[in-house]
Design a protein around this ligand. Structure first.
Ligand code: SAH
Ligand code: SF4
Ligand code: F3S
Length: 471
């Protein structure tokens, strides 16, 4: 048994990052079996699930939508907030019943919750029917874990080590139009509220040439868009200690000529002028930046360990707006951080009024075991926090709609991704500024970038019509 350890996970030593090539275990015993995979959390987890699917299908399995019909059940979990935990344990209850009826079903728990010692202990003690637990550093070993489970072994395979960089991953991508591309793993920022540096290990970048090769190959396969992924993309290359930075990578990726490039997430700290220039300079780097604010109060930002002040955030924001024509900026905000006063909260609202964000994800602070903020004195009652969240969301939605309304009657390029969920006579896609548009257009447009005239603006989406060009 190999329990994860949050104290160990906190350590960052000078240990060299290992660059490895995947060598997946193969066995034919899973041929024709069905797997059910449920993913929680962020884009990083979505993309990790694409790796898990790649491994499962390499073993000859195919996906199934129904838990009840599955031979293998995997949950790829998230640990960012308490409700993420609750959802997984709720689901485990359902799986328990299933296991009673069909003991042969193999159940595995992966993702960020697997990196938390208390969770692994709880699974081990209270949910002994779970066949294996595997961490975010052990996805490539999924094949071995399944083979062991078939032989009746129970495994807990979670490293608290700093991490490796694996190449040659077999992804089964969810889309044939847009693709995620990992550029940097882990996080070294240790914002005081956040569990991610513990669950994902040390910041380590993939080699620039490997990323460019992956994008090139995606382009050749016909992909229209890549999203470069990292908890903090502008930390890219720092670990090489040779002066490489995110702007170098972004430029190299732009030069592949893939039609659209996006990236998430950018930290406001260390976002260099050159990064802004490259975004402005290349037409295929989309004018859209997700720039988490977290709080507009400098004293709360300090307690959060965010490394910027309210003024520095605003300065960066204005610079981006000025230098990148038509840029859309979205953000993340936490309310009710320990010690947040009404005045602090007003500072957050003040930044929202100034920046008029295109959109925001807003959260109530959730204490995460093992993080410094979980131990800070927090005497704001929950109803006050809820009321702040409500007031904040009202302003966020107001500006989101206002920004959407600016597009009314304009013709904008939209990459069409599929048939609209709500109305099967329509298709949906995203503008270069990452706004969702439902479009009256034929299914033949899926996979293309088409001109769309915006006819209606709501808070969270737009409606539009395909402007067929006269050629
Ligand atoms: N790397 C990204 C964030 C990843 S987590 C960044 O630095 O911006 C996504 C968002 O979840 C964070 O931006 C933050 O707003 C929120 N979050 C993280 N930990 C949280 C916690 N303990 N309670 C509430 N929200 C949290
Ligand atoms: Fe968490 Fe901060 Fe790292 Fe983002 S930068 S993942 S919020 S520690
Ligand atoms: Fe959740 Fe892990 Fe992402 S904690 S938000 S899945 S990095």
């Amino acid at each position: 048994m190999n329990y994860p350890n949050l104290n160990e996970a906190r350590k960052r030593t000078k240990e060299k990052v290992e660059y490895c090539v995947n060598d997946y275990a193969f066995s034919s015993i899973f041929q024709g079996k069905k797997y059910f995979l449920r993913t929680y959390g962020c884009q990083m987890n979505e993309h990790d699930s694409e790796e898990m699917k790649g491994i499962l299908e390499f073993l000859g399995m195919s996906p199934c939508e129904d838990l009840e019909n599955a031979d293998v059940i995997l949950l790829n979990t998230c640990a960012i907030r308490e409700n993420a935990h609750d959802k997984v344990f709720g689901y485990l209850g359902r799986i328990k019943h299933l296991k009673e009826e069909r003991p042969d079903v193999i159940v595995g728990i992966g993702g960020c919750m697997s990196q938390e010692e208390s969770i692994v202990e709880e699974i081990h003690k209270r949910h002994p029917y779970v066949n294996f637990v595997f961490g975010t550093h052990n996805i490539h070993e999924l094949g071995n874990l399944l083979i062991d489970a078939k032989e009746g072994e129970q495994d807990i395979l979670v490293y608290s080590k700093e991490g490796e960089v694996y190449e040659g991953v077999k992804y089964k991508r969810d889309s044939s139009i847009t693709a995620w591309v990992n550029i940097i793993y882990g996080c070294d920022k240790f914002c005081t509220y956040c569990i991610v540096p513990y669950t994902r290990g040390k910041e380590r970048s993939r080699k620039l040439e490997n990323i460019v090769k992956e994008v090139q190959a995606l382009k050749e396969e016909g992909y229209m868009e890549v999203t470069l992924l990292g908890q903090n993309v502008n930390a890219y290359g720092k670990d090489f200690q040779d002066g490489t930075e995110f702007s170098d990578l972004l430029e190299a990726v732009a030069q592949t000529g893939i039609p659209r490039i996006r990236f998430v997430t950018s930290h406001p700290w260390n976002f260099t002028d050159r990064m802004i220039d490259i975004i402005a300079q290349y037409d295929n780097v989309m004018p859209y930046i997700h720039l988490p604010l977290q709080s507009g109060s400098t004293s709360i930002l300090k307690k959060m360990g965010r490394r910027y002040t309210k003024e520095e955030y605003l300065e960066l924001y204005q610079k981006m707006k000025k230098k990148i024509p038509g840029v859309a900026i979205t953000t993340d905000i936490i309310v009710g951080f320990p010690g947040e006063t009404e005045e602090d909260f007003q500072s957050t609202l003040d930044v929202v009024e100034t920046c008029q964000f295109d959109g925001a994800y807003t959260f109530i602070f959730s204490p995460r075991e093992g993080t410094p903020a979980a131990k800070m004195k927090d005497d704001t009652p929950i109803h006050v926090k809820e009321e702040r969240l409500y007031r904040l969301n009202e302003r966020i939605n107001f500006y989101s709609k206002m920004n959407n309304e600016k597009l009314l009657e304009q013709v904008v390029p939209v990459l069409v991704l599929g048939v609209s969920e709500k109305d099967s006579t329509k298709v949906y896609g995203y503008t270069d500024t990452m706004k969702l548009v439902n479009i009256q257009a034929s299914k033949d447009t899926i996979g293309s970038i088409i001109p769309v005239k915006i006819t209606e603006a709501k808070s969270f989406s737009l409606d539009g019509e395909y402007q067929i060009e006269n050629t």
